[in-house]
Design a protein around this ligand. Structure first.
Ligand code: A3P
Length: 302
């Protein structure tokens, strides 16, 4: 499963592994060697960190707040996910599909730093990285994997064990986040947390305008944008809520699968026992101590 060690490293990455399923091996080379355009923008995240929310945000800013088009075309077509073929409804090969898009393109990948397209590091392409606290990611990915039946287990205790043992797709969680945290002050990296987006999306949007070289939004534009991006509006918008697309492509999905689940900070407090929280916290503490970090350094108080 560990594809990392065979890949020549570009940087002094904190860790090099990443759990990838078999079919990924075919896509991996395509992603690593992906032909990047100078004005491409990449959204890179560990799973369930608020990727889709940020894609909708950044797409609007890159497309002059074209709300009409955002409601016409599914997000998977406006901002393709490079790691899997077949999630874009109109094209079997997502890499080929992405070549048909006009610039600036907004491309999504969940690959860790050492497996994203190499040209990102050579060209210093813009990267938006969204991180989310570990326990909420565990809970969110548990529901996602269970309801799409992408994970063979049954209960959350077993899921936590698999997550901490790097047996879940794209794990290790912390190495993914820490590599980008360390690069957060580089000019071509925009590092933000889901928690900050929940606290102050307006501030994040204006900061993102600067990063993307776009004018700041007027108060009216900002309010319209925040309304479009609210959890309830995105949930009701079938071009931004990817529930239907995922159900179409992942045929094992349960009927009641909902991509837009709770959308809050701290759902772990209701959904993980104190023992499971402590187990994850200890694991996090051990990993982060090696980098002189604590979870609070990255996410603030939860
Ligand atoms: P929950 O499962 O905790 O509800 P990703 O896009 O990386 O897969 O992340 C999915 C998570 O982001 C889900 O978390 C989903 O509900 C949340 N999310 C999506 N859109 C959101 C929005 N507009 N506001 C807040 N959270 C959102």
């Amino acid at each position: 499963a560990a594809a990392g060690p065979n890949i020549p490293l570009q940087k002094d990455w904190s860790e090099t592994w990443c759990t990838l399923p078999q079919p990924f091996d075919t896509v991996l080379g395509e992603v690593l060697n992906y032909e990047v355009r100078p004005d491409d923008v990449f959204i890179v995240t560990f799973i369930k960190c608020g990727t889709t929310w940020m894609q909708e945000t950044a797409w609007l800013l890159l497309n002059n707040l074209d709300f009409a088009k955002s409601k016409e075309l599914p997000q998977t077509q406006r901002s393709p996910f490079l790691d899997f073929h077949g999630i874009v409804t109109t094209a079997p090969n997502v890499v080929e599909y992405s070549k048909t898009l006009t610039s600036p393109r907004l491309l999504k990948t969940h690959m860790p730093a050492n497996l994203v397209p190499r040209q990102i590091w050579q060209q210093k392409t813009k990267v938006i990285y969204v991180a989310r606290n570990c326990k909420d990611v565990v809970v969110s990915s548990y529901h996602f994997a269970k309801n799409l039946r992408l994970w063979a287990g049954d209960n959350i205790e077993d899921f936590v064990t698999d997550f901490l043992n790097d047996e879940i797709l794209y794990c290790n969680y912390w190495s993914h986040i820490v590599d980008f945290w360390k690069m957060r002050n580089e000019e071509h990296i925009f590092f933000v947390t889901y928690e900050e987006m929940k606290r102050n999306l307006g501030g994040v949007v204006q900061r993102l305008c600067d990063f993307l070289g776009r004018p700041q939004l007027s108060e009216e534009e900002l309010q319209k944008t925040l309304d479009h991006l609210s959890f309830n509006k995105m949930k009701d918008n079938d071009k931004a809520n990817i529930t239907t697309v995922l159900k179409q492509h992942i045929t094992t999905a349960n009927d009641d699968f909902q991509f837009m689940r709770r959308g809050i900070v701290g759902s772990f407090k209701d959904e993980l026992t104190p023992e499971l929280q402590a187990k994850i916290d200890n694991w996090s503490r051990d990993f982060l101590a090696k980098h002189g970090l604590t979870e609070e350094d990255i996410f603030g108080k939860l």
